[in-house]
Design a protein around this ligand. Structure first.
Ligand SMILES: Nc1nc2c(ncn2[C@@H]2O[C@@H]3COP(=O)(O)O[C@H]4[C@@H](O)[C@H](n5cnc6c(=O)[nH]c(N)nc65)O[C@@H]4COP(=O)(O)O[C@H]3[C@H]2O)c(=O)[nH]1
Length: 806
């Protein structure tokens, strides 16, 4: 083949090709690739010596040895000297060719080693970069081929799945897959899912894989494509344990925010509202997004602490937290009391992002507290302060007084005869009376004073900064107010009250001491006729103490049977015969001896014990009268009935039952009543007296002449006897005036068809005069002193010496 024939063949080759005449060592032809490789011109190359282009010794040696006929072919690396003089590393191959019939020639083929090297290096770099990228990602990556054989995985994958070290160095697909399956609680499900993905090479999938160690992995799985065709699958694993927890927390926080019963308001750093939860919207009467951007402080206020916003800001800046009671403003009404907690939120750099306000509606709590306090501090009937509140107010007054040196007054007020109102008209009526009295007393006082009800009909009044003069005036005002006629349930009546006054600090420096003193003074008023006031005087206490002790001993005595009845005979003036007797109570008080009724009946009346004591007297006297009657010595027994006893609703019944119990004919019982019984609530008294008279009991009016002695009621009531008080008899017959009164009483009694009894007859002259005045019966020491039942029996039987008892 000639050179001309050869050239078209080599021209299209990508490889650089030269043809050299070995004899001349000149280039006979070059292809375009060779011209490009040498950076020369075809003309410059053809005809030039090959040694100029391939200057290395091994090339020179080849040509030398060719001449010597030693070598034919050579392939190795060498340098090509390019036209610009630079050397280029090439892979060069010498091969002899034999053109048709001509001398042999040498075909020199060259490949640019530099370009190949560059490509290789480029690929290596690319691979290294890919590896670095693979390793630097925080995701775990696993690459598999379509059959599931593992092609590659990165270190993060190994870490996420805690692959044993051995599996990192010794590839073992089965062991890796086995390890992965062992890491999940549902190995079968895990494997099934992998198989499913493998069957669908183009499918993309996302899964969450919980691991046995508690971590949660997210798996993204994508097909690996080459020229648009799937060649495998890439699995990307990401540990989302923390993110899932954070998301769960955020979801929870959002739920809490939405459903919290407490109002939550989020503000920006400048305290402008960013978000309000539904509870906050309800509380503030806002629609969703209504107050967005408004300053949160405009919604709130505090009457007690106008600096609250500044204090909050200071506390938030220092501690990040602040709590206080505030009021939510309302367009109308008083607003809503709130308990607010504020929290400051900062970013990682410490910059303030938000504040969060948590607010609890305190309305119900405050209302409940107010009601509890009200219940604890007030008397439920009258709404007045009770003892507890009085304690606080007076305690406060004492503390003030200690500083200022001022005094004040404490008054103890007790309604007179309230117990009988309660007993006779019932508690409901009594309650109405107390409410009315409380209102009247309150009107007598200033705002700074305290009127408290201690219970029952006892009121205590603290008169703020009052001296004796002011206390006296207040007491007078209150007595005047209480004694105004009262109308309740269409019933009109009058009340009175007794007031004791104690002054701070002279009478006491504590509430207890002051109450004790005022109470003592009040008792003194009661003793001396009621309806008045009195200042405490130190000696009062001993008297009161004695009274309190007596009251206690009386109650004990009644239980222990320390009482006895003595009987004083009553004589018919005309015949001189004993026709009856009066039962008079005696008390054998341990350590004291025999106590006369004058020393304890008033106390028993004051304390109400008289009702029980009177019941005992009635029963004992009826029993005694029944015994005498049974013994064939019938003798009428007169029993003193006190007002309170008479007012007992069941009094008539008690009398009837006593008669029945002991089988005493009613005519042998006489009840001695006092005028006060008849005056008070005359209508009811009349009804009771009629019932008693209907029983057949004798009714007499005791101590006649000392009270009202009104003809009007004498006429109305079914009384059988009048007992002239012994004070009229005492001065007879010398005092003509008393004698005239006695004469008038006798005549009046007879005119009203009543018998008249004279009490306290001590002398024969008195008896004579009474006889001449026509008095029916007499009673007194002249005949006999009161004596025990047995002594009276002996006296009746004419035993000498009988009838001298006390
Ligand atoms: N100076 C003088 N006194 C005479 C004479 N004759 C009788 N007395 C006393 O006069 C009192 C008569 O009883 P009273 O007027 O009902 O006055 C009674 C009565 O109001 C009350 N009392 C006595 N026992 C009872 C009782 O069981 N129930 C009630 N509610 N009161 C009673 O105590 C008052 C005093 O009773 P006593 O001390 O027993 O005093 C008795 C009697 O001892 C006399 O000639 N001269």
């Amino acid at each position: 083949m000639s050179i001309l024939h050869c050239a078209p063949l080599t021209e299209g080759l990508l490889e650089a090709v030269l043809v050299v005449d070995p004899a001349s060592e000149c280039i006979v032809s070059v292809n375009a690739a060779a011209v490009r490789l040498a950076g020369s011109q075809r003309e410059a190359m053809v005809g030039s010596r090959i040694r100029e282009w391939l200057p290395e010794p091994q090339d020179a040696t080849y040509w030398d040895e060719w001449q010597a006929g030693i070598v034919q072919t050579l392939e190795s690396q060498t340098s090509l000297r390019r036209a610009d003089g630079t050397l280029l590393r090439v892979q060069r191959r010498f091969s002899p060719i034999h053109p048709n019939g001509g001398a042999p020639q040498v075909l020199v083929a060259m490949q640019d080693l530099h370009a190949a090297e560059r490509t290789r290096q480029h690929l290596e770099t690319l691979l290294a970069e890919l590896r670095a990228a693979l390793e630097s990602t925080s995701d775990g990556i696993l690459v598999c081929d379509l059959d599931g054989h593992i092609r590659a995985f990165n270190r993060t994958f190994a870490t996420l799945w805690a692959l044993p070290e051995a599996l990192l160095t010794q590839p073992d697909d089965a062991a890796v897959w086995g390890h992965l399956a062992a890491c999940v609680p549902d190995a079968a499900g895990f494997q099934a899912r992998l198989n499913e993905l493998q069957r669908s090479p183009l499918r993309e999938a996302h899964d969450l894989i919980p691991l046995r160690n508690g971590r949660l992995l997210e798996r993204a799985s994508r097909p690996q494509l080459a020229r648009g065709r799937p060649i495998g699958r890439v699995y990307v694993f990401r540990d989302i344990t923390e993110r899932a927890a954070t998301e769960a927390k955020l979801r929870l926080a959002a739920q809490v925010f939405e459903s919290s019963l407490d109002a939550i308001i989020v503000t920006d750093a400048a305290r402008r509202i960013v978000a309000c939860n539904p509870a906050a919207q309800r509380l503030a009467g806002l629609g969703p997004g209504d107050a967005q951007g408004d300053p949160v402080d405009a919604l709130l206020q505090s009457a007690r602490n106008p600096d609250w916003a500044a204090q909050r800001d200071a506390a938030l800046a220092q501690q990040g937290y602040w709590e206080s009671e505030l009021w939510l403003r309302r367009d109308s009404g008083p607003g809503v009391p709130l308990w607010t907690s504020w929290v400051l939120l900062r970013d990682d750099g410490g910059r303030v992002l938000n504040t969060v306000l948590f607010a609890k509606d305190l309305s119900e709590k405050l209302e409940a507290q107010r009601r509890i306090e009200q219940l604890a501090y007030t008397d439920p009937l009258t709404g007045l302060p009770n003892r507890l509140m009085l304690d606080e107010r007076v305690g406060h007054a004492i503390r003030l007084a200690q500083r200022s040196g001022d005094g004040f007054a404490l008054l103890f007020l007790d309604l007179d005869r309230f117990k009988s109102i309660n007993d006779s008209l019932g508690h409901l009526f009594g309650d109405q009376v107390l409410v009315e009295v409380a209102a009247r007393l309150q009107r007598c006082l200033r705002q700074t004073d305290t009127l408290a009800r201690l219970g029952g009909d006892e009121f205590v009044i603290h008169l703020h900064a009052a001296d004796q003069g002011a206390a006296e005036k207040a007491a007078q005002r209150m007595i005047a107010a209480v004694t105004q006629p009262v109308t309740i349930d269409e019933m009109q009546f009058t009340l009175s009250c007794s007031i004791g006054i104690a002054m701070y600090p002279q009478d006491g420096t504590s509430l207890d001491a002051l109450i004790r003193c005022a109470d003592t003074a009040m008792y003194q008023v009661k003793e001396r006729g009621k309806g008045h006031y009195r200042f405490y005087q130190p000696q009062m206490s001993t008297e009161l103490l004695a009274r309190v002790q007596t009251d206690h001993a009386l109650r004990e005595g009644l239980h222990r049977g320390e009482f006895e009845l003595h009987y004083q005979p009553r004589v018919t003036v005309r015949t001189g015969q004993i026709d009856g007797c009066e039962a008079l109570i005696r008390w054998h008080r341990p350590g004291t001896g025999l106590v006369m009724p004058g020393a304890f009946i008033p106390i028993a009346e004051e304390t109400g014990l008289i009702a029980a004591l009177g019941a005992w007297v009635l029963d004992t006297a009826v029993a005694q009268a029944a015994r005498w009657a049974a013994e064939g010595r019938p003798l009428q027994v007169a029993v003193n009935v006190s007002a309170l006893q008479f007012q007992q609703p069941h009094f008539v019944q008690d009398v009837a039952q006593a008669l029945q119990r002991h089988g005493l004919p009613p005519r042998l019982l006489e009840l001695e009543l006092t005028e006060s019984i008849l005056i008070r609530d005359a209508e009811e008294a009349l009804a009771k007296l009629r019932s008693l008279a209907a029983l057949g009991v004798t009714l007499s009016l005791d101590d006649f002449g000392t009270g009202f002695s009104s003809l009007a009621y004498l006429k109305r009531f079914p009384l059988h006897r009048l007992k002239i008080d012994r004070t009229f008899i005492a001065a007879m017959p010398e005092d003509e005036a008393d004698a005239a009164i006695v004469a008038a009483i006798v005549q009046m009694g007879h005119a009203l068809a009543m018998e008249v009894v004279a009490e306290g007859v001590e002398r024969a002259e008195q008896l004579h005069r009474l006889r001449s005045l026509g008095c029916d019966h007499c009673q007194g020491f002249w005949f006999a002193r009161p004596m025990p039942a047995a002594a009276l029996r002996a006296h009746l039987d004419g035993v000498p010496g009988a009838g001298t008892a006390g």
